[in-house]
Design a protein around this ligand. Structure first.
Ligand code: PGA
Length: 253
């Protein structure tokens, strides 16, 4: 039984004080939720968010990381630093990083390995652009991103990953993939993992859907057998809507 994960990706929103206020508001709304609740604030708000979440069922994650522990890498943040601030998760390979910040599959792979070395759980994002979907390349693109992203991981490491399928055309656009479309790609991704690590290991990996997830569409997405949760952008910025997504009633909850 895979425990669902609902993760909020705040992107470049909220100051430290706003993050702490948000967490204080969210705490009572999601106490006792069966899904794992993850909030990923900007780096500058991580410490305040972690402090506000202490003793609750909300855990904190970064939105990106560099793979070295320390060194002359101006502007970068290491896995050790994320851990030091109280993070247990970190998003890697988000399409905005791939698109605007030259994140390649090889970089994603190095980041994933660095996080695992420090006991942080990566949320590895994959997904096709609109042009790739229209050219019929959805599955090829996702396969490449998954294979390259997990390259060199042991089965035990792979089982602990969280993957997120986020079609780029669905992010921040209001165009959600239909539950059936998301299920098709996510089950394909599970198959890709299965051909590397075996079906039993692949069955244990949590794979989320992301892209315009809202309180209104979460239950239908979660009703699909292979969708294990959501990576939520816009709707994770208000405690009420994020809580409504976390507290959907469906499979396992
Ligand atoms: P969205 O973003 O929910 O605002 O579409 C999702 C994401 O980028 O992770």
């Amino acid at each position: 039984m895979r425990r669902p994960v609902i993760a909020g990706n705040w992107k470049m929103y909220k100051t430290a004080a706003e993050a702490a206020d948000f967490i204080r508001e969210l705490k009572p709304l999601v106490a006792g939720a069966e899904a794992e609740v993850v909030v990923c604030p900007p780096f500058t708000a991580l410490a305040a968010a972690a402090e506000a979440a202490r003793g609750s069922n909300i855990v904190i994650g970064g939105q990106d990381v560099f793979w070295e522990n320390e060194g002359a890498y101006t502007g970068e943040i290491s896995p050790l630093m994320l851990k030091d601030l109280g993070c247990s998760y970190c998003i890697v390979g988000h399409s905005e990083r791939r698109q605007y910040f030259a994140e390649t599959d090889a970089k994603v792979n190095r980041k994933v390995k660095a996080l695992l070395e420090h006991g942080l759980r990566p949320i590895v994002c994959v997904g096709e652009t609109l042009a790739e979907r229209e050219a019929g390349q959805t599955l090829t693109v996702c396969q490449r991103q998954v294979e390259e992203g997990v390259k060199g991981l042991t089965t035990a490491q792979a089982v602990g990953l969280v993957l997120a399928y986020e079609p780029v055309w669905a992010i921040g656009t209001g165009h959600t993939a239909t539950p059936a479309d998301a299920q098709e790609v996510i089950s394909f991704i599970r198959g890709v993992l299965g051909s590397i690590y075996g079906p039993e290991a692949a069955e244990q990996v949590r794979i989320l859907y992301g892209g315009s997830v809202k309180p209104e569409n979460i239950a239908a997405l979660m009703a699909e057998p292979d969708i294990d949760g959501a990576l939520v952008g816009g709707a994770s910025l208000k405690a009420q809507s994020f809580a409504a997504i976390i507290n959907y009633r469906g499979k396992g909850i």
